[in-house]
Structures are given as structure tokens and as C-alpha cells.
Design a protein around this ligand. Structure first.
Ligand code: SAH
Length: 218
């Protein structure tokens, strides 16, 4: 998509993503295409491609571009996957995912954010995104199992329903830890492993709270 921010996006890829080791060509391409400035307030559009998170409505945040790319890359999407996102927020991460997989199911607990994100899904013609207002720590059983799950808010533990809805051979990225600082975990459910998990830590991160039955204040 060509717009006034095309150069800012190219620069973001060149200066923030490539030097930090993002290598998946599909992820780099999509990060260079999706108009991130549409997902923030008009007054903040000029900062939309900066190397930092940005505030969105309801005291929530849209993650730093590098973190979005890093989490997306960790899912190793090839185009055929069904993906669950917990924490729709602005909708930016969902749109990135929608261009890299078959279907995205995204759950948000704050109505005003979900409404804003849905408008952008329509505007950007992302017809493979399904969204609903709910507690995403319960997952979205109707469309399970998911080949990949991404949680964009931080909770104290990995919600049990999400592990149950992850397909065998599937991958989940999720920040786990305290209210403030968490470790970004990559969870791999081994194919044919009877639910066996392999868990790695990718980065230290700072996400807003995952609030729900299997999160904070649950
Ligand atoms: N992926 C978003 C980032 C949003 S910030 C983006 O690209 O903009 C995290 C979001 O998680 C917030 O909008 C918050 O309301 C939401 N959230 C927190 N707990 C949740 C829960 N249990 N279920 C669904 N959404 C939740």
C-alpha cells in the first residue's frame, strides 16, 4: 500500500527489525506494508513507526514494532494456519497475522477497542479475521484447535484453556510473569507427544495486564 508513511515503514524494517535479527521474509514484507499509523490516534501518527510502544484507548498499548515482528516470526506461519490472538487492542497485530495465515480469531475484553479494530479490519479488507468481545483467557473453543496462539497481554501463568486449544505441533507466544515485567515464552506442543510441551524464553518484555479468569483479578 502506498501512502505518506511508506518511507517510515521501510526505515522501520531496515533500522529496527533487520539489525535485531528478524529474518522471515514474509514477516519483513508484511511489516513493511501494514499502515501502522492508522492504528493510533491522529495526533500520534508521526510517531507510529518509532522504536517504542504507543498508547491506544482505554489505557492499553500497541507493542513496539520489533516485539510485534518477533512474536509473529516465532509462530513460523506459512499461510495455512488457524491463529488465535488474545488481546485485539488496536487490531494491528491481528492485521499483520491475517496476511500470513489462513484465519485469525481474535478476542478482546474492552468493547471500545474491539469496535475500533473492527472498523480497521473492514477498511483494510481483512476478511479472514473473526473477532469477539470476551475473556480471551478462556480461548475461543468454537474454532479450536489452533495451529498458533498469540497472547498480547501479560499474565501470571499460561492459561490452561489456551494449552487445551493449541493443536499438536502448534506454537504459542505469551508473556508470563509479574504485573510490569514478564518473560516472553514460546510454547511448542510436541506432535504425537501426548500433550507434552517444550517451553523457551525469548525476551524480557513489558506488556499490559492480561485480565480474566486465568489472568490477573481472575
Ligand atoms: N495486539 C494489540 C495489543 C493490545 S494491548 C495490538 O496490536 O494493538 C493488550 C490488549 O489485551 C488490551 O487491549 C487489553 O484490553 C486486552 N486484554 C487484556 N486481558 C484480556 C483478556 N482476558 N481477554 C481479551 N483481551 C484482553
Amino acid at each position: 500500500m502506498s501512502d505518506l508513511f511508506e518511507m517510515a515503514r521501510e526505515r522501520m524494517v531496515r533500522e529496527q527489525l533487520l539489525p535485531r535479527g528478524i529474518r522471515d521474509p514474509r514477516v519483513l514484507e508484511v511489516m513493511g506494508e501494514v499502515p501502522r499509523h492508522l492504528f493510533v490516534d491522529d495526533a500520534m501518527q508521526a510517531q507510529a513507526y518509532g522504536d517504542h510502544p504507543l498508547p491506544i484507548a482505554a489505557d492499553q498499548t500497541i507493542s513496539q514494532p520489533y516485539i510485534v515482528a518477533c512474536m509473529t516470526e516465532a509462530l513460523q506461519l506459512t499461510g495455512h494456519e488457524r491463529v488465535l490472538e488474545v488481546g485485539t487492542g488496536s487490531g494491528y497485530q491481528a492485521v499483520i497475522l491475517s496476511r500470513l495465515c489462513e484465519k485469525v480469531c481474535t478476542v478482546e475484553r474492552i468493547n471500545s477497542l474491539l469496535a475500533g479494530a473492527r472498523k480497521l479490519f473492514d477498511r483494510l479488507r481483512c476478511y479472514n479475521i473473526l473477532s469477539k468481545l470476551d475473556d480471551g483467557t478462556m480461548g475461543w473453543p468454537d474454532h479450536a484447535p489452533y495451529d498458533a496462539i498469540i497472547v498480547t497481554a501479560g499474565g501470571p501463568t499460561i492459561p490452561e484453556p489456551l494449552l487445551g486449544q493449541l493443536a499438536e505441533g502448534g506454537r504459542m507466544v505469551i508473556p508470563v510473569g509479574g504485573q510490569g515485567v514478564q518473560e516472553l515464552k514460546l510454547v511448542h506442543k510436541i506432535a504425537g507427544g501426548d500433550g507434552e510441551l517444550e517451553i523457551q524464553t525469548i525476551e524480557q518484555v513489558r506488556f499490559v495486564d492480561l485480565v480474566g479468569a486465568h489472568g490477573w483479578n481472575g
